[in-house]
Design a protein around this ligand. Structure first.
Ligand code: ZN
Length: 80
């Protein structure tokens, strides 16, 4: 049997709880960033009517669902 005191049990419980919270925060933050990047790639703003829409297709010139004009995909600015 392992001999321990109440202090060690409380400290172990607090550290394990905080480690779990930190791990969940880390995982959800990574998922949120990945989803945000993917959503930004799909989101377009029409240059004619400023309507924002999402186009999941691979078309080079997506058609605006509001006014029907063709729009170029904006390439995100590259950071070095
Ligand atoms: Zn439009």
């Amino acid at each position: 049997m392992i001999r321990t005191t109440l202090d060690i049990i409380v400290v172990f419980y607090l550290f394990s709880f905080l480690a779990g919270v930190f791990l969940m925060w880390f995982v959800f933050e990574r998922l949120r960033l990945q989803h945000g990047k993917k959503a930004d790639k799909l989101r377009l703003r029409c240059r004619m009517c400023a309507h924002e829409f999402e186009d999941p297709s691979d078309a080079e010139l997506p058609v605006c669902p509001s006014c029907g004009s063709l729009n170029e995909r904006e390439t995100p600015p590259q950071t070095f």
